[in-house]
Design a protein around this ligand. Structure first.
Ligand code: CP3
Length: 350
């Protein structure tokens, strides 16, 4: 481990936390739990802070990003914080014209579709990451022995936004570029891997005790396309933090067929979405891989007894894996009653 001597994983007690123990394959006394998108619109205290402030401006304000990161930890008593930021933040810091449009997601001013477009992309100046490092440092100073998870988008998911110019259902133009101009594709994914890898590394050096690489939209690829044109770039992104020795979680949506290939890029833990039960995911991966997931977000608005039964079923199936961190199969829907999330934490800890 090449972590700084004062890193929380070295001297701050997060190594003994239930989350990090589970990520390392141990089974703590109670199931650790956190929620993807736990910081955000489901919380009234978040909506109050964000009034009149653009999403990306909030991400680049260390005081605000830290406060928003801490809100769900205080409210729900979750076992981890995840740094409040966005997968497109490092793109913006590298000079890409990208904004986050409320209710829609990341939207690009110009698309990246040709070798010339790719060649015009600039590397990320490490100094630009200082608001991220400062936000993380402020956060871990407050968290004590509760670990902070750093995160980044994987090259394919970033490329899906860069090529499409915004959110897309099938990422068809990105999937076409991969085959019509493989050299431009490789250059684009290589650029994205280094930009997102630097974002990840800055978070770990500033105090994150684990990282999650989100390849949210990779489920639209075949295993063949993934292994031949994508996975090496996800490995390249992860390589930026490998020497630091923090656990690496890897997650995507609709990835039942890709789990083994995604694990093979160098992930320690696999995040599983709600389309495949955890016991089946564990069977596909071999039982030694710790799993994270996979409460179906659709159940969050169901009556409590229905949700409770579902959560207990997820915990039960999670016993098939060497270790299990309870989470959702995808992010918290904005309209979720936050009280329901607190109740799930109490159930997991009971
Ligand atoms: O609490 C957390 O999970 C940490 C914060 C976080 C955000 N984005 C904040 C955010 C994380 C981990 C992300 C990652 C992210 N961003 C992913 C990967 C995770 C996933 O959900 O698959 C992706 C694909 C994005 C791109 C993106 N950014 C989308 C699809 C959206 C939602 C658009 C919308 O308004 O519904 C965003 C915006 C965004 N990122 C919000 C938040 C809290 C909402 C913006 C707002 O509150 O105004």
């Amino acid at each position: 481990m090449n972590l700084p001597a004062h890193h929380p994983l070295v001297d701050g007690g997060t190594a003994a936390s239930p989350l990090i123990r589970a990520y390392r394959g141990d089974r703590p006394e109670t199931t650790p739990v956190w929620f993807m998108r736990q910081a955000g619109r489901s919380l009234p205290e978040y909506r109050a802070l964000r009034v009149g402030m653009a999403m990306l401006d909030a991400c680049l304000d260390p005081e605000l990003s830290s406060e928003i990161t801490l809100q769900p930890v205080r409210r729900h008593g979750v076992d981890a914080a995840i740094f409040f930021s966005d997968i497109v933040v490092p793109l913006r810091l590298a000079g890409v014209d990208v904004d986050i449009v409320p209710g829609r997601g990341p939207v690009l001013g110009t698309t990246i579709r040709t070798a010339r477009d790719v060649a015009a992309l600039r590397p990320l100046d490490p100094a630009a990451l200082s608001p991220i490092a400062e936000g993380v440092a402020r956060t871990v100073a407050e968290l004590g022995s509760t670990p902070l998870i750093g995160f980044a988008g994987a090259p394919f998911t970033l490329a899906a936004y860069l090529v499409e110019g915004g959110p897309s259902k099938d990422h068809l133009r990105a999937r076409t570029l991969m085959h019509s101009d493989p050299a431009a594709w490789d250059a684009l994914l290589g650029w994205a891997a280094d930009v997102t890898g630097a974002f990840l590394r800055a978070q770990v050096l500033a105090g994150a005790s684990a990282v999650q690489l989100f390849d949210s939209w990779v489920g639209s690829l075949s295993v063949v396309d993934y292994e031949s044109r994508v996975s090496q770039f996800s490995a390249q992104a992860i390589a930026h933090v490998k020497d630091l020795g923090v656990p690496v979680v890897h997650f995507g949506v609709g990835t039942g067929e890709l789990l083994r290939s995604m694990h093979a890029i160098g992930a320690d833990v696999m995040g599983v979405d709600d389309r495949i039960p955890l016991d089946e995911a564990s069977r596909r991966l071999g039982a030694e891989v710790p799993l994270q997931g996979n409460i179906n977000p659709a159940f969050l608005a169901a009556p409590w007894p229905v949700l409770e039964r579902h959560v207990l079923d997820v915990i039960e199936r999670g016993r098939a894996a060497s270790a299990h961190v309870l989470n959702l199969g995808h992010g918290v829907p904005p309209e979720t009653d936050p009280g329901v999330l607190t109740r799930i934490v109490e159930l997991a800890h009971a």
